[in-house]
Design a protein around this ligand. Sequence first.
Ligand SMILES: NC(=O)c1ccc[n+]([C@@H]2O[C@H](COP(=O)([O-])OP(=O)(O)OC[C@H]3O[C@@H](n4cnc5c(N)ncnc54)[C@H](O)[C@@H]3O)[C@@H](O)[C@H]2O)c1
Length: 402
Amino acid sequence: MRIGVIGAGYVGLTTAACFAHLGHRVTCADVDGAKIEALSAGEVSLLEPGLPELVAEGLAGGRLEFVLGNALSDVDFTFVCVPTPEGPDGAADLTAVNEVLGRAVPTVVLKSTVPVGTGAGHPGVVSNPEFLREGHAVEDFLRPQRIVVGARDERDAREVAALYERTHAPVVLTDNTSAELVKYASNCFLALKLSYVNTLAELCDQLDADIDGVTEGMRLDDRIGGSCLAPGPGWGGSCLPKDTLALLATARDAGVDFATLEAAITTNRGRPHHVVGAVRAELGTLAGRRIAVLGLAFKAGTNDLRDSPALTVADLLAGEGAELVAYDPCVTAELPGITVVGSAAEAATGADALVVLTEWPEFAELDWPDLAGRVRRPLIVDTRRVVPEDKVTQAGFRLVRS
Ligand SMILES: NC(=O)c1ccc[n+]([C@@H]2O[C@H](COP(=O)([O-])OP(=O)(O)OC[C@H]3O[C@@H](n4cnc5c(N)ncnc54)[C@H](O)[C@@H]3O)[C@@H](O)[C@H]2O)c1
């Protein structure tokens, strides 16, 4: 099939490269000229295992091309993969989607996460939400746990589902509105789970219980499931914050009181303050303290900083007068108010506290005796429970898990 993809970000580029790998002919368009130039030369800036290889394979095989713009002709399907950021009232901003929908060639497939009801408002549009996780985008696209396709006409839905035949994934065929709701319902459920476990971790602290033991006991129950049970500084990234607000706005408009979702959002807003409180409690004051921030990305395995709780914590620390030096294995960007350095050792030098904010596996393997020799005060506040307690205490650190 000839597939067009509009938007060459995490979702669009993955969709384009993977469909080319599955044997389709794909043209991927984006309004960012520099991005199109780089991709046409096989340069992929996203940190996604396997993606550069699939882009190279598609380009070399003539099954994948990149073009500048936001419209395509001569394609059988146009997949819309443009951003849907949070609007001023929490609802998703559809400016880019509407711009593309007005010009797209049928069959149009909405992969962007769009407000429930968007597809139904455009006759002929097929809703096919994307569930990939950043850092696992290719794996998730080629071996998805499910393909969800919603359309008014079941034949349209079946045609789109057939494009994924080689992934052998279970397919859910439904209407547009339900397909769109599956996406929000899934992301918001994960947010609920994470907020629940984050509060549970606070309760464990008060009760002198071990959250790791508690979640280990929970995750063996397959009604609960094993993922999203690790406490942290709050959920973030490009999807959960905006999708929770968008579903809340949808519920509000529909006259439904979604109190559980509201509570999950409120809990999450409190998490960075909880972390800062833990650091302040150790140091007395944050003013003039040098803090080594370990991890900036919103989760391990990606260099995406969008809505990263690490940045929220850093902002709050800086707001109380702390000096911030940060290290993240995959982030080199310049950030306002933070000095980003090239190693954990550099960040730790002269620090009053090491604050671990992303669960990078390499943070479990740091040279603790060396770091202990560099810091001004041997304190680690670990929000991700990644630091090995025995090794850091042996090296002389005080370890606080927040
Ligand atoms: N990132 C994820 O993990 C993920 C997962 C599932 C669904 N989604 C959803 O997919 C959509 C895209 O997210 P993303 O993370 O890939 O975004 P992104 O920001 O990584 O990429 C979007 C791309 O679209 C381009 N673009 C913007 N406006 C355009 C236009 N009018 N015409 C053509 N190109 C345009 C941008 O230049 C950019 O390259 C969003 O609705 C998001 O909620 C994202």
